[in-house]
Design a protein around this ligand. Structure first.
Ligand code: KE4
Length: 429
């Protein structure tokens, strides 16, 4: 058994002064009945906890660390900026460079605004869609998670499913009265809402590949039908690419599936590990964002130079070394093929969903294509799986409803070692 004394002590200290002892609920490990590991340091594909245990990391800070932890080039860029200052509350060339870089890499994102989190990015994009269309209603999908702004905490995924919160306390009915929900991958459920509320729907916001009910891929044609419906009804299509942006490829899911959203949101990877979010898209829509127009949005640390230095460095590496995507996608495929083969050999009924470097093992013997089928998963079995993997030295998501992230720092050896641990778990069942 791994030593966890120091993590245990830190958990007790944390719980005295922080709700649940965490700054984000999923880190509490409540869904997997384990002592949350307090991480002391990290490098490449590995993290090390307060008791000196080493893990191969498949969380990667929930997505930002596509190059692995503490890439020397990013560290150098951050150090260089730190010598010149941390934050000015004034414009800098770095922000311009970031916006030029993003809009050059993602041409349908014609202008972009930096914020400090994915939550802020999606909240702002939805406000903008409402402001641009003059309509109040929005459509989101059951099981998709777009951060914790009031109007989007309706049948949300990620930590909301993990903690089993049917709906969030503290969100007044008025804030969600205009939030309509549809079933992911069921275009008729979207059509019905447009038919029921003609001329009232400002936008459809979606994760183009869902990552917050576990990884769920869009069915063939689903995103294209969404695009067509939004165009037909004068609603905006918002792709929440906080997970998929710059992960599925330099152009994210929009490029991979050949769909042009009206607005797109980013986070995670564009910050290189620092707190960053962004929203952007069609210039005519972005042209009503303050100070140009009447849709207000602001942020003390938006475009923070240290965060920009980290994010620009990471994006430039991804731009200049496209073979990184070949590597992480191949490693993701190796992982999925290995898990499926191990399950077949041991006669275990699981489903493995994934795309590129994103994977989820569902303890579920039906296909998982939406919120309802994801909820059929055996979270008790997932918890046992999590504990086995943790004890074996693999740090995977402490929730059935999240993704495994592979980085460019992972090796085939890491994947094969992890596969042997998974085989070991299946053998115990
Ligand atoms: P943040 O506010 O946490 O930076 O981003 C919110 C968000 C928005 N959109 C999507 C598609 C997201 O996945 C997220 C946040 N992702 C979760 C993990 N699935 C963050 C982890 C956590 O909450 O601790």
């Amino acid at each position: 058994m791994m030593k966890t004394e120091n993590s245990k002590k830190l958990k007790e200290r944390a719980e005295r002064v922080m709700p649940g002892g965490v700054n984000s609920p999923v880190r509490a490990f409540n869904a997997v009945n384990e002592i949350p590991r307090f991480i002391e340091k990290a490098k490449g594909a590995y993290i090390y906890d307060a008791d000196g245990n080493k893990y191969t990391d498949y969380v990667g800070s929930w997505g930002p660390l596509i190059l692995g932890h503490n890439d020397g080039r990013i560290v150098e860029a951050v150090k260089k900026q730190l010598e010149k200052g941390m934050s000015y509350g004034a414009s800098t060339e770095l922000e311009v460079e970031m916006a030029e870089l993003m809009t050059s890499l993602v041409p349908w994102c014609e202008t972009v605004r930096m914020v400090n989190s994915g939550t802020e990015a999606v909240m702002s994009a939805v406000r903008l869609a409402r402001g641009f269309t003059g309509r109040d209603k929005i459509i989101k999908f059951d099981g998709c998670y777009h951060g914790h702004s009031d109007m989007l905490l309706v049948k949300a995924g990620s930590g909301v499913i993990t903690q089993g919160i049917p709906s969030c306390l503290g969100v007044p009915k008025g804030c969600t009265a205009d939030t309509l929900t549809a079933r992911y991958n069921d275009i008729s459920s979207v059509q019905r809402l447009f038919d029921e509320f003609p001329g009232e729907i400002a936008c459809v916001v979606t994760e183009p590949v869902a990552g917050n009910m576990g990884v769920v891929l869009p069915k063939d044609g689903f995103l294209k039908q969404l695009r067509e419906l939004c165009t037909k009804h004068g609603a905006l299509l918002i792709f929440d690419e906080v997970i998929t942006g710059f992960r599925l490829g330099i152009g994210g899911a929009a490029e991979k599936f050949g769909i042009r959203p009206d607005l797109v949101t980013y986070g995670k990877i564009i910050g290189g590990g620092m707190p960053v979010g962004a929203y952007g898209g069609r210039k005519d829509i972005m042209s009503i964002v303050s100070p140009l127009g009447g849709v207000y949005q602001a942020g003390t640390l938006s475009g923070n130079p240290v965060a920009m230095a980290a994010g620009i460095t990471q994006l430039k590496i991804l731009r200049d070394e496209p073979q990184i995507y070949d590597k992480i996608n191949a490693l993701g495929e190796r992982l999925r093929a290995g898990i499926r083969s191990a399950a077949d050999k041991s006669g275990i009924n699981i489903k493995v969903n994934g795309i590129g470097s994103l994977t989820t093992v569902f303890f579920n013997d039906t296909g998982v294509s939406d919120y309802d089928t994801a909820l059929l998963s055996d979270t008790g079995a997932y918890s046992a799986y999590f504990s086995h993997m943790l004890e074996s030295g693999d740090y995977i998501a402490p929730s059935q409803f999240e993704a495994m992230f592979v980085s460019a720092a992972h090796s085939e050896r890491d994947i094969d070692d992890t596969l042997s641990h998974i085989e070991g778990f299946f053998a115990k069942l």
